[in-house]
Design a protein around this ligand. Structure first.
Ligand SMILES: *[C@@H]1O[C@H](CO)[C@@H](O)[C@H](O)[C@H]1NC(C)=O
Ligand SMILES: *[C@@H]1O[C@H](CO)[C@@H](O)[C@H](O)[C@H]1NC(C)=O
Ligand SMILES: *[C@@H]1O[C@H](CO)[C@@H](O)[C@H](O)[C@H]1NC(C)=O
Ligand SMILES: *[C@@H]1O[C@H](CO)[C@@H](O)[C@H](O)[C@H]1NC(C)=O
Length: 269
């Protein structure tokens, strides 16, 4: 069994080569997931898709800790692109460079190369993002809401990727829908990993469906609107065959981190 989490640039790239796209997804329309952001980096003169992320405010983007860690560790800027569903060629409609000093990784972020804890980070944008129907912030959950979102339909969106693999892989934003699991059920399904903790939320990866790190899991609520409930962290990959996943997709549970998000941004969401 080979367990791959999407940690560190080399393994992010490795997993990107093999497993970190959304599988079994549908093409998203422009404006369908207007909070979706694409993070990329320059590596030896080429731009690489790094991770997904979400707009939460005109000055703030949220993503997985291990995605941001790459930029900080290597002291390289991360390119944030907003308002696109096709990342094939660029140039993109709206992109901004976030230097490493504007990246805030959770103080207790850690990983063992397989699982990550407090896998969350904020990117502060220096210029204000102007919203339109294609670029909008996503609502954050309330920390006091007792709702654990289990059994609700989660929408997971993520960018495809194309390095030197075959061109049929999607560069169009993909999305899947899948029921949110209870943490108890997640523990049961994630048999090769430690029990699911309060800071995590999961969906089943049945049918080999997963997404790249940092990508948003949202639920649609008729009264409140779309809510960001999870940030993609890791998945237990059974083997390099892309449709063979051993466990659920594990996300950071955004509601758990609301105090931290409000403290770091200085914004009351
Ligand atoms: C950021 O992205 C834009 C649009 O793709 C590109 O023109 C620019 O060169 C990128 N810059 C860096 C430093 O990644
Ligand atoms: C990080 O962990 C320490 C030790 O467990 C704890 O005291 C502290 O509150 C944690 N920080 C955050 C931001 O959660
Ligand atoms: C690309 O990959 C897909 C699925 O892995 C395969 O069906 C298709 O034939 C490949 N296309 C090329 C041009 O290699
Ligand atoms: C929508 O959100 C409200 C407020 O958090 C909650 O009470 C309600 O149960 C949610 N509805 C659905 C269908 O999730």
């Amino acid at each position: 069994m080979l367990k791959i989490t999407l940690l560190f640039f080399s393994s992010i790239l490795l997993s990107v080569y093999s497993d970190s796209r959304i599988y079994g997804g549908k093409n998203a329309e422009l404006g369908q997931f207007p909070h979706m952001a694409d993070l990329s980096v320059e590596h030896y003169g080429k731009f690489y898709h790094l991770c997904g992320a979400s707009i939460i405010h005109s000055r703030w983007i949220i993503t997985a800790g291990h995605c941001a860690y790459y930029g900080v560790k290597n002291n390289i800027p991360i390119n944030v692109t907003l308002g696109v569903v096709d990342i094939t060629n660029g140039p993109h409609q709206w992109s901004v460079i976030v230097p490493p000093e504007d990246i805030i990784i959770h103080e207790n972020y850690s990983d063992d190369g397989e699982t990550a804890w407090n896998d969350i980070a904020l990117l502060r944008i220096r210029k204000t993002v102007f919203f339109n129907e294609k670029i909008l912030p996503i609502k954050l959950p309330s920390k006091d809401d007792p709702n654990d979102f289990s059994n609700e339909i989660g929408y997971l969106s993520g960018f495809g990727f194309n390095l030197n693999r075959n061109k049929s892989e999607p560069n169009i934003l993909q999305y899947i829908t899948e029921k949110v699991l209870t943490n108890e059920e997640c523990t049961k399904q994630n048999k090769n990993y430690p029990a699911t903790v309060d800071s995590e939320i999961c969906i089943s990866s049945l049918n080999g469906r997963t997404a790249c790190p940092g990508s948003p899991l949202i639920v649609k609520n008729c009264t409140v609107g779309d809510i960001l409930v999870g940030i993609t962290s890791y998945v237990d990959i059974g083997n390099v065959c892309k449709s063979d996943l051993n466990g659920p997709v594990v996300f950071m549970r955004v509601s758990y981190f609301m105090d931290w998000i409000e403290e770091k941004t200085g914004i009351k969401f």
